[in-house]
Design a protein around this ligand. Structure first.
Ligand code: NAP
Length: 296
C-alpha cells in the first residue's frame, strides 16, 4: 500500500457526506496528524468538529490550506473553480490537491485555469460510492470500503502526486482505477447521471398530477427502490447535469429512442417484444448484481 502514512496535515474543503466520510475513514485506518476542515457555513463546520470529523476548521480556505500536505476538495462540482482559485496562491509547490467531483472534464479544465503552474499537483478523482443523504451528519467511515475510486490523471499530472492520492484511497479501503477523463464522463453519464435524472423526473412528474397524493399513497416498494436516489442533493445534481451535459444529453436521446419503441410495443400489445425486453434486462441485472449481493 502506498498509504498517506506521512501526512501531517490534511485539509478537506467541503466537509459533507464525501469529505466527512473520507476524514472518518482516514482516522480509522490511516495516520494523519491533523485534519482541518473548510466550507461555507460555520455551523456545519462546527458540527463536523463536534462529531470529531475534523480537528479544527477555518472558514477561509486560504487559511485552511496553510501547512497542509494534502488538500481534498469535496464541494459540488460547479464550486470547484472558485475554491481552487482561492487556495492557489496559498499552497506550496509540493502540496498535492485532489477532488471527488462526479464529473471530471469540467473539473480538470477548472483546475488547469485556477491552479496554473501547480496544475501538475492536482489529481482528479471520483469515488463511486454514495448515499442519498448529504452533509457531515450522514458521513461514515466505511462508505468507500471495497468501492471503486476512479482517478483520471492527465498528461501533466505528477506521478508522485498520483501515488499519494492512490494511497489516500487505498487507506480508505477503496479500489483505485485509472481512467481517461472523457471515458469517465461518458460512462458515468450512463450509469449514474441518467438514472438520477430519470428518478427525479418520475417523482416530479407524478407529484405534478392532480391526483399526485393518491399516486404516492399507493406507491409500494418498487417505486421506493426506483426513486430512492431522487432524495439526493438537488444542487449536486444540477451541477452534474450542467457540467456533463453533452454526454448526459446523448444518453437521454438514446434512451428516449428506445422508450419510444417500447411505448409502441405497449400500445400495440406486442407481448413477445415485452417478454424479450424484460427477460434480457433481468438476465443482465442478475448477472451484474447477483441477487444475494443485496442492493446498493
Ligand atoms: P454534501 O454532503 O452536500 O457536501 C458538500 C460540502 O461542500 C458541504 O460541506 C458544503 O458546505 C460544501 N460547499 C458547498 N458549496 C461550497 C462552496 N461554494 N465553497 C465551499 N464549500 C462548499 O455533498 P457530497 O455528497 O459530499 O458531494 C460533494 C462532492 O462529491 C460533489 O462534487 C459530488 O459530485 C461528489 N460525489 C458525491 C457523491 C454522492 O453520492 N453524494 C458520490 C461521489 C462523488 P455547507 O454545508 O456549509 O454548504
Amino acid at each position: 500500500m502506498k498509504g498517506p502514512a506521512s501526512l501531517n496535515r490534511l485539509t478537506i474543503i467541503g466537509v459533507g457526506l464525501i469529505g466527512g466520510s473520507l476524514a472518518r475513514a482516514l482516522r480509522k485506518w490511516g495516520s494523519v496528524g491533523e485534519i482541518v476542515g473548510s466550507g461555507r457555513s460555520s455551523s456545519h463546520l462546527q458540527r463536523a468538529l463536534e462529531l470529531g470529523v475534523v480537528d479544527r476548521y477555518e472558514l477561509d480556505p486560504a487559511e485552511a490550506v496553510k501547512g497542509a500536505d494534502l488538500v481534498v476538495v469535496a464541494v459540488p462540482v460547479a464550486a470547484t473553480y472558485t475554491v481552487l482559485q482561492s487556495i492557489a496562491p496559498h499552497i506550496n509547490k509540493k502540496v498535492v490537491v485532489t477532488d471527488v467531483g462526479s464529473v471530471k472534464g469540467s473539473v480538470v479544465s477548472d483546475a488547469e485555469s485556477a491552479l496554473g503552474d501547480r496544475f501538475g499537483r492536482f489529481v482528479p478523482g471520483h469515488p463511486i460510492a454514495g448515499v442519498e443523504h448529504s452533509g457531515v451528519e450522514a458521513a461514515f467511515s466505511t462508505l468507500f470500503v471495497d468501492r471503486k475510486v476512479i482517478l483520471t490523471p492527465v498528461e501533466g499530472t505528477d506521478g508522485d502526486a498520483l501515488e499519494v492520492v492512490e494511497g489516500l484511497w487505498e487507506t480508505a479501503q477503496a479500489r483505485v482505477m485509472i481512467m481517461g477523463v472523457t471515458e469517465h464522463d461518458r460512462i458515468l453519464a450512463a450509469t449514474s447521471h441518467l438514472p438520477h435524472l430519470l428518478a427525479y423526473l418520475l417523482v416530479e412528474h407524478l407529484d405534478s398530477q392532480e391526483e399526485g397524493e393518491t399516486l404516492f399513497d399507493l406507491a409500494a416498494g418498487g417505486f421506493r427502490d426506483f426513486t430512492r436516489i431522487a432524495s439526493s442533493d438537488p444542487t449536486m445534481w444540477r451541477d452534474v447535469s450542467l457540467t456533463n451535459r453533452e454526454a448526459l444529453a446523448e444518453w437521454m436521446e438514446s434512451y428516449r429512442k428506445r422508450l419510444e419503441q417500447v411505448i409502441d410495443d405497449v400500445r400495440a400489445g406486442r407481448g413477445e417484444q415485452l417478454q424479450a425486453l424484460f427477460t434480457k434486462a433481468k438476465r443482465a441485472r442478475d448477472r451484474y448484481f447477483p441477487p444475494d449481493e443485496g442492493l446498493e
